[in-house]
Design a protein around this ligand. Structure first.
Ligand SMILES: *Cc1c(COP(=O)(O)O)cnc(C)c1O
Length: 372
Protein backbone atom coordinates (compact mmCIF):
# COMPACT_ATOMS: atom_id res chain seq x y z
CA UNK A 1 0.00 0.00 0.00
CA UNK A 2 1.41 3.32 -1.08
CA UNK A 3 0.00 6.01 1.21
CA UNK A 4 1.70 8.77 -0.76
CA UNK A 5 -0.39 7.72 -3.76
CA UNK A 6 -3.51 7.56 -1.58
CA UNK A 7 -2.97 11.14 -0.48
CA UNK A 8 -2.21 12.23 -4.05
CA UNK A 9 -5.56 10.77 -5.15
CA UNK A 10 -7.30 12.65 -2.35
CA UNK A 11 -5.73 15.88 -3.61
CA UNK A 12 -6.90 15.17 -7.16
CA UNK A 13 -10.47 14.96 -5.85
CA UNK A 14 -10.00 18.13 -3.83
CA UNK A 15 -8.66 19.91 -6.91
CA UNK A 16 -11.58 18.69 -9.03
CA UNK A 17 -14.28 19.95 -6.66
CA UNK A 18 -12.52 23.04 -5.36
CA UNK A 19 -11.44 24.09 -1.87
CA UNK A 20 -14.93 24.94 -0.56
CA UNK A 21 -16.34 21.46 -1.06
CA UNK A 22 -15.77 19.12 1.90
CA UNK A 23 -14.58 15.56 1.47
CA UNK A 24 -16.08 12.56 3.23
CA UNK A 25 -13.56 9.76 2.63
CA UNK A 26 -15.36 6.44 2.37
CA UNK A 27 -13.75 3.80 4.57
CA UNK A 28 -16.43 1.11 4.55
CA UNK A 29 -15.53 -2.56 4.41
CA UNK A 30 -12.27 -1.93 6.24
CA UNK A 31 -11.18 0.86 3.92
CA UNK A 32 -12.05 -1.11 0.78
CA UNK A 33 -10.08 -4.03 2.18
CA UNK A 34 -6.85 -2.09 2.65
CA UNK A 35 -7.25 -1.35 6.37
CA UNK A 36 -9.52 1.46 7.55
CA UNK A 37 -7.37 2.50 10.51
CA UNK A 38 -4.24 2.84 8.39
CA UNK A 39 -6.09 4.75 5.66
CA UNK A 40 -7.78 7.10 8.12
CA UNK A 41 -4.47 7.91 9.80
CA UNK A 42 -2.92 8.63 6.41
CA UNK A 43 -5.74 11.00 5.44
CA UNK A 44 -6.03 12.84 8.76
CA UNK A 45 -3.35 15.46 7.94
CA UNK A 46 -5.29 16.37 4.77
CA UNK A 47 -8.25 17.41 6.91
CA UNK A 48 -11.21 15.70 5.28
CA UNK A 49 -14.60 16.81 6.66
CA UNK A 50 -15.00 13.30 7.97
CA UNK A 51 -15.28 9.65 7.05
CA UNK A 52 -18.02 7.39 5.78
CA UNK A 53 -18.60 3.81 6.85
CA UNK A 54 -21.43 1.33 6.34
CA UNK A 55 -22.00 0.13 9.89
CA UNK A 56 -21.87 1.51 13.42
CA UNK A 57 -19.32 -1.16 14.30
CA UNK A 58 -16.97 0.13 11.60
CA UNK A 59 -17.41 3.68 12.87
CA UNK A 60 -16.82 2.75 16.49
CA UNK A 61 -13.61 1.00 15.49
CA UNK A 62 -12.34 4.16 13.80
CA UNK A 63 -12.97 6.15 16.97
CA UNK A 64 -11.34 3.56 19.22
CA UNK A 65 -8.45 2.27 17.11
CA UNK A 66 -7.57 5.30 14.95
CA UNK A 67 -8.54 8.01 17.44
CA UNK A 68 -10.65 9.78 14.83
CA UNK A 69 -12.53 12.80 16.18
CA UNK A 70 -14.03 14.10 12.94
CA UNK A 71 -17.62 13.28 12.00
CA UNK A 72 -18.18 9.67 10.96
CA UNK A 73 -21.20 9.12 8.72
CA UNK A 74 -22.79 5.67 8.87
CA UNK A 75 -24.45 5.29 5.47
CA UNK A 76 -26.28 1.99 5.91
CA UNK A 77 -29.61 1.83 7.74
CA UNK A 78 -28.92 1.52 11.45
CA UNK A 79 -30.29 -1.68 13.04
CA UNK A 80 -32.01 -1.19 16.40
CA UNK A 81 -29.30 -3.18 18.18
CA UNK A 82 -26.58 -0.79 16.96
CA UNK A 83 -28.28 2.44 18.09
CA UNK A 84 -26.62 2.60 21.52
CA UNK A 85 -23.18 1.87 20.07
CA UNK A 86 -23.60 4.56 17.40
CA UNK A 87 -24.72 7.13 19.97
CA UNK A 88 -21.97 6.24 22.43
CA UNK A 89 -19.32 6.58 19.70
CA UNK A 90 -20.72 9.91 18.52
CA UNK A 91 -21.45 8.65 15.01
CA UNK A 92 -23.74 10.34 12.51
CA UNK A 93 -26.14 7.74 11.12
CA UNK A 94 -28.05 8.17 7.87
CA UNK A 95 -31.77 7.72 8.36
CA UNK A 96 -34.01 5.92 5.87
CA UNK A 97 -37.18 5.20 7.74
CA UNK A 98 -39.55 6.74 10.33
CA UNK A 99 -38.98 3.89 12.81
CA UNK A 100 -35.26 4.43 12.61
CA UNK A 101 -35.72 8.18 13.23
CA UNK A 102 -37.91 7.48 16.22
CA UNK A 103 -35.32 5.15 17.77
CA UNK A 104 -32.56 7.73 17.25
CA UNK A 105 -34.64 10.51 18.81
CA UNK A 106 -35.52 8.24 21.74
CA UNK A 107 -31.85 7.48 22.31
CA UNK A 108 -31.10 11.23 22.27
CA UNK A 109 -33.80 11.92 24.90
CA UNK A 110 -32.58 9.04 27.04
CA UNK A 111 -29.07 10.51 27.01
CA UNK A 112 -30.20 14.10 27.34
CA UNK A 113 -27.87 15.18 24.51
CA UNK A 114 -28.69 16.03 20.91
CA UNK A 115 -27.66 13.33 18.46
CA UNK A 116 -26.79 14.28 14.87
CA UNK A 117 -28.12 12.44 11.86
CA UNK A 118 -28.26 12.81 8.09
CA UNK A 119 -31.27 11.99 5.96
CA UNK A 120 -30.71 9.88 2.88
CA UNK A 121 -33.09 10.44 0.00
CA UNK A 122 -33.47 7.49 -2.35
CA UNK A 123 -33.60 8.93 -5.86
CA UNK A 124 -33.15 5.70 -7.77
CA UNK A 125 -30.58 3.55 -6.03
CA UNK A 126 -33.35 1.63 -4.35
CA UNK A 127 -31.44 0.21 -1.40
CA UNK A 128 -31.72 2.78 1.40
CA UNK A 129 -33.05 6.27 2.03
CA UNK A 130 -36.49 7.84 2.10
CA UNK A 131 -38.32 7.60 -1.20
CA UNK A 132 -38.12 10.89 -3.14
CA UNK A 133 -41.68 10.37 -4.40
CA UNK A 134 -43.59 10.54 -1.15
CA UNK A 135 -42.02 13.23 0.96
CA UNK A 136 -45.39 13.91 2.58
CA UNK A 137 -45.11 10.47 4.20
CA UNK A 138 -41.79 11.11 5.93
CA UNK A 139 -41.03 14.83 6.21
CA UNK A 140 -43.35 14.93 9.23
CA UNK A 141 -41.33 12.13 10.88
CA UNK A 142 -38.13 14.10 10.31
CA UNK A 143 -39.74 17.17 11.85
CA UNK A 144 -40.88 15.15 14.88
CA UNK A 145 -37.43 13.65 15.40
CA UNK A 146 -35.66 17.00 15.13
CA UNK A 147 -38.08 18.47 17.63
CA UNK A 148 -37.26 15.84 20.21
CA UNK A 149 -33.54 15.42 20.66
CA UNK A 150 -32.19 14.39 17.29
CA UNK A 151 -30.49 16.97 15.09
CA UNK A 152 -30.65 16.93 11.30
CA UNK A 153 -27.26 18.09 10.05
CA UNK A 154 -27.08 16.70 6.52
CA UNK A 155 -28.98 15.33 3.56
CA UNK A 156 -27.67 13.17 0.78
CA UNK A 157 -28.43 10.84 -2.07
CA UNK A 158 -26.38 8.24 -3.92
CA UNK A 159 -25.97 8.06 -7.71
CA UNK A 160 -26.48 4.73 -9.38
CA UNK A 161 -24.93 5.54 -12.79
CA UNK A 162 -22.16 8.08 -12.27
CA UNK A 163 -19.81 5.76 -14.17
CA UNK A 164 -22.08 5.54 -17.22
CA UNK A 165 -21.38 7.32 -20.48
CA UNK A 166 -24.74 9.06 -20.28
CA UNK A 167 -25.26 11.84 -17.82
CA UNK A 168 -29.07 11.74 -17.93
CA UNK A 169 -29.65 9.21 -15.12
CA UNK A 170 -27.48 11.27 -12.77
CA UNK A 171 -29.14 14.53 -13.76
CA UNK A 172 -32.54 12.93 -13.11
CA UNK A 173 -31.46 11.76 -9.66
CA UNK A 174 -30.11 15.23 -8.93
CA UNK A 175 -33.46 16.82 -9.78
CA UNK A 176 -35.40 14.30 -7.71
CA UNK A 177 -33.01 14.93 -4.83
CA UNK A 178 -33.60 18.70 -4.83
CA UNK A 179 -37.35 18.35 -5.25
CA UNK A 180 -37.45 16.32 -2.04
CA UNK A 181 -34.73 18.22 -0.23
CA UNK A 182 -36.42 21.61 -0.31
CA UNK A 183 -39.36 20.19 1.62
CA UNK A 184 -37.29 19.42 4.69
CA UNK A 185 -37.96 21.54 7.76
CA UNK A 186 -34.39 22.84 8.09
CA UNK A 187 -32.79 25.77 6.35
CA UNK A 188 -30.25 25.08 3.64
CA UNK A 189 -27.37 26.74 5.54
CA UNK A 190 -27.68 24.32 8.45
CA UNK A 191 -27.34 21.25 6.27
CA UNK A 192 -24.39 19.49 4.71
CA UNK A 193 -25.70 18.43 1.30
CA UNK A 194 -23.84 15.70 -0.55
CA UNK A 195 -24.34 13.27 -3.41
CA UNK A 196 -21.22 12.54 -5.46
CA UNK A 197 -19.12 9.37 -5.31
CA UNK A 198 -15.67 9.24 -6.97
CA UNK A 199 -16.95 9.13 -10.54
CA UNK A 200 -19.42 11.99 -10.09
CA UNK A 201 -16.95 14.15 -8.15
CA UNK A 202 -14.35 13.88 -10.89
CA UNK A 203 -16.67 14.09 -13.91
CA UNK A 204 -19.33 16.54 -12.79
CA UNK A 205 -18.22 18.85 -9.99
CA UNK A 206 -21.55 20.70 -10.50
CA UNK A 207 -23.14 17.91 -8.44
CA UNK A 208 -20.65 18.39 -5.63
CA UNK A 209 -22.95 20.54 -3.43
CA UNK A 210 -21.34 20.91 0.02
CA UNK A 211 -19.41 17.66 0.14
CA UNK A 212 -18.42 14.65 -1.94
CA UNK A 213 -17.98 11.03 -0.86
CA UNK A 214 -15.12 9.44 -2.80
CA UNK A 215 -14.09 5.87 -2.16
CA UNK A 216 -12.54 3.78 -4.92
CA UNK A 217 -10.50 6.59 -6.45
CA UNK A 218 -8.63 7.17 -3.20
CA UNK A 219 -7.55 3.54 -3.29
CA UNK A 220 -6.29 3.74 -6.85
CA UNK A 221 -9.29 2.08 -8.51
CA UNK A 222 -10.62 3.62 -11.69
CA UNK A 223 -14.22 4.65 -10.95
CA UNK A 224 -15.50 4.51 -14.53
CA UNK A 225 -13.65 1.87 -16.54
CA UNK A 226 -16.03 1.96 -19.50
CA UNK A 227 -15.26 5.57 -20.35
CA UNK A 228 -12.57 6.94 -22.66
CA UNK A 229 -9.30 7.27 -20.75
CA UNK A 230 -9.15 11.07 -20.98
CA UNK A 231 -12.55 11.47 -19.26
CA UNK A 232 -10.93 11.63 -15.87
CA UNK A 233 -7.40 11.61 -14.50
CA UNK A 234 -6.25 8.04 -13.79
CA UNK A 235 -5.67 7.44 -10.08
CA UNK A 236 -2.17 6.83 -8.78
CA UNK A 237 -1.87 3.12 -7.96
CA UNK A 238 -2.10 2.53 -4.21
CA UNK A 239 -2.25 -1.25 -4.09
CA UNK A 240 0.32 -3.72 -5.34
CA UNK A 241 -0.12 -7.43 -4.75
CA UNK A 242 3.07 -9.43 -4.64
CA UNK A 243 4.23 -12.91 -3.71
CA UNK A 244 7.51 -14.74 -3.66
CA UNK A 245 8.53 -17.59 -5.91
CA UNK A 246 9.00 -20.45 -3.45
CA UNK A 247 9.88 -23.25 -5.88
CA UNK A 248 11.13 -23.59 -9.46
CA UNK A 249 11.19 -26.80 -11.47
CA UNK A 250 12.05 -27.83 -15.00
CA UNK A 251 9.25 -30.21 -16.07
CA UNK A 252 9.13 -32.66 -18.99
CA UNK A 253 6.39 -32.71 -21.65
CA UNK A 254 3.12 -34.17 -20.34
CA UNK A 255 3.53 -32.76 -16.82
CA UNK A 256 0.25 -31.46 -15.41
CA UNK A 257 -0.41 -28.48 -13.19
CA UNK A 258 -3.16 -28.00 -10.64
CA UNK A 259 -6.52 -29.59 -9.79
CA UNK A 260 -8.09 -31.20 -12.81
CA UNK A 261 -4.77 -31.13 -14.66
CA UNK A 262 -6.05 -28.33 -16.85
CA UNK A 263 -2.56 -27.37 -17.98
CA UNK A 264 -0.37 -29.97 -19.67
CA UNK A 265 3.22 -29.11 -20.61
CA UNK A 266 3.67 -29.40 -24.36
CA UNK A 267 7.46 -29.41 -24.27
CA UNK A 268 9.99 -28.92 -21.50
CA UNK A 269 8.72 -26.05 -19.36
CA UNK A 270 10.02 -24.15 -16.37
CA UNK A 271 7.39 -23.75 -13.67
CA UNK A 272 7.50 -21.41 -10.71
CA UNK A 273 5.30 -21.77 -7.64
CA UNK A 274 4.10 -18.52 -6.06
CA UNK A 275 3.17 -18.36 -2.37
CA UNK A 276 -0.26 -16.90 -3.03
CA UNK A 277 -3.64 -18.34 -3.93
CA UNK A 278 -7.34 -17.72 -3.84
CA UNK A 279 -7.14 -17.91 -0.03
CA UNK A 280 -5.43 -14.54 -0.22
CA UNK A 281 -8.22 -13.07 -2.29
CA UNK A 282 -6.81 -13.51 -5.76
CA UNK A 283 -9.81 -14.72 -7.80
CA UNK A 284 -9.59 -18.43 -8.53
CA UNK A 285 -10.88 -17.90 -12.04
CA UNK A 286 -7.50 -16.40 -12.99
CA UNK A 287 -6.29 -19.99 -13.43
CA UNK A 288 -5.07 -20.43 -17.04
CA UNK A 289 -6.25 -16.85 -17.69
CA UNK A 290 -4.36 -14.38 -15.53
CA UNK A 291 -0.76 -13.29 -15.40
CA UNK A 292 2.03 -12.35 -13.05
CA UNK A 293 5.07 -10.15 -13.61
CA UNK A 294 8.48 -11.64 -12.93
CA UNK A 295 11.69 -9.69 -13.52
CA UNK A 296 9.71 -7.12 -15.46
CA UNK A 297 8.12 -9.69 -17.75
CA UNK A 298 4.57 -10.97 -18.07
CA UNK A 299 4.15 -14.70 -17.38
CA UNK A 300 1.04 -16.88 -17.55
CA UNK A 301 -0.72 -18.60 -14.67
CA UNK A 302 -0.71 -22.34 -15.44
CA UNK A 303 -3.63 -24.53 -14.41
CA UNK A 304 -6.19 -23.94 -11.68
CA UNK A 305 -5.02 -21.85 -8.76
CA UNK A 306 -4.85 -23.48 -5.34
CA UNK A 307 -5.81 -21.84 -2.06
CA UNK A 308 -2.20 -21.11 -1.14
CA UNK A 309 -0.17 -21.60 -4.31
CA UNK A 310 -0.23 -20.51 -7.92
CA UNK A 311 1.99 -21.90 -10.68
CA UNK A 312 3.37 -19.62 -13.38
CA UNK A 313 5.32 -20.27 -16.57
CA UNK A 314 8.94 -19.14 -16.20
CA UNK A 315 10.13 -20.82 -19.40
CA UNK A 316 10.85 -17.44 -21.00
CA UNK A 317 12.38 -15.93 -17.87
CA UNK A 318 15.42 -18.17 -17.37
CA UNK A 319 17.04 -15.76 -14.93
CA UNK A 320 14.13 -16.03 -12.46
CA UNK A 321 15.12 -17.58 -9.15
CA UNK A 322 13.53 -18.90 -6.00
CA UNK A 323 12.96 -15.91 -3.73
CA UNK A 324 12.13 -13.51 -6.57
CA UNK A 325 9.08 -11.35 -5.99
CA UNK A 326 6.27 -11.80 -8.49
CA UNK A 327 3.65 -9.10 -9.03
CA UNK A 328 -0.02 -10.06 -9.37
CA UNK A 329 -1.29 -6.48 -9.31
CA UNK A 330 1.01 -3.52 -9.83
CA UNK A 331 4.14 -2.56 -11.73
CA UNK A 332 7.41 -4.34 -12.29
CA UNK A 333 9.77 -2.34 -14.49
CA UNK A 334 7.85 -1.30 -17.59
CA UNK A 335 5.25 -4.02 -17.19
CA UNK A 336 2.00 -3.48 -15.30
CA UNK A 337 -1.04 -5.48 -14.25
CA UNK A 338 -3.80 -3.10 -13.19
CA UNK A 339 -6.53 -4.02 -10.75
CA UNK A 340 -8.95 -3.33 -13.59
CA UNK A 341 -7.29 -6.02 -15.71
CA UNK A 342 -7.66 -8.57 -12.91
CA UNK A 343 -11.22 -7.46 -12.22
CA UNK A 344 -12.08 -7.81 -15.90
CA UNK A 345 -10.70 -11.35 -16.01
CA UNK A 346 -12.78 -12.19 -12.95
CA UNK A 347 -15.92 -10.53 -14.41
CA UNK A 348 -16.10 -8.13 -11.49
CA UNK A 349 -15.01 -4.63 -10.48
CA UNK A 350 -11.92 -3.35 -8.72
CA UNK A 351 -13.99 -2.79 -5.55
CA UNK A 352 -14.55 -6.53 -5.17
CA UNK A 353 -10.90 -7.38 -5.81
CA UNK A 354 -9.74 -4.92 -3.13
CA UNK A 355 -12.33 -5.87 -0.53
CA UNK A 356 -11.60 -9.54 -1.22
CA UNK A 357 -7.93 -9.31 -0.20
CA UNK A 358 -7.85 -11.45 2.89
CA UNK A 359 -6.33 -10.95 6.33
CA UNK A 360 -3.56 -13.45 5.59
CA UNK A 361 -1.85 -10.98 3.25
CA UNK A 362 0.54 -8.82 5.22
CA UNK A 363 -0.14 -5.15 4.42
CA UNK A 364 3.23 -3.62 3.64
CA UNK A 365 2.90 0.14 3.92
CA UNK A 366 4.92 2.77 2.08
CA UNK A 367 4.77 6.51 2.56
CA UNK A 368 3.85 6.43 6.22
CA UNK A 369 6.58 8.87 7.19
CA UNK A 370 5.15 11.88 5.37
CA UNK A 371 1.76 11.20 6.97
CA UNK A 372 2.90 12.57 10.31
C1 LIG B 1 -19.40 3.34 -1.46
C2 LIG B 1 -20.09 4.62 -1.38
C3 LIG B 1 -19.50 5.79 -1.88
C4 LIG B 1 -18.18 5.79 -2.61
O1 LIG B 1 -18.33 5.30 -3.91
P1 LIG B 1 -17.05 5.14 -4.86
O2 LIG B 1 -17.62 4.70 -6.15
O3 LIG B 1 -16.19 4.10 -4.23
O4 LIG B 1 -16.38 6.46 -4.92
C5 LIG B 1 -20.16 6.97 -1.66
N1 LIG B 1 -21.35 7.02 -1.01
C6 LIG B 1 -21.96 5.93 -0.55
C7 LIG B 1 -23.25 6.04 0.14
C8 LIG B 1 -21.36 4.68 -0.73
O5 LIG B 1 -21.96 3.60 -0.27
Amino acid sequence: MDLTALRANFEVIRHAVGPRVRIIAMLKSNGYGLGAVCVARALEPLAPWGYGVATAEEGEELRRLAGIERPILVTGPLPAESVALAAEAGLTPAMSDPGELERWATEARRRGTPLDFHVEIDTGMGRSGFDWRDTNRWVEAVRAATGSGARLTGVFTHFQSADAVERDPTQLQWERFWDALVQLPVSRQDLLIHAANSAAALRWPEYAADAVRPGIYLYGGHPAVGLPKETLPPPAPVVALRARITLIRQVPPGSTSGYGATHVAQGWERWGTLAIGYGDGLPRCLGNVGHALVRGRRVRILGQMSMDMTVVDLTDVPEAQIGDVATLIGRDGDAEITVEEVAGQASTISYEIFTGLTARLPRVVRGEADAA
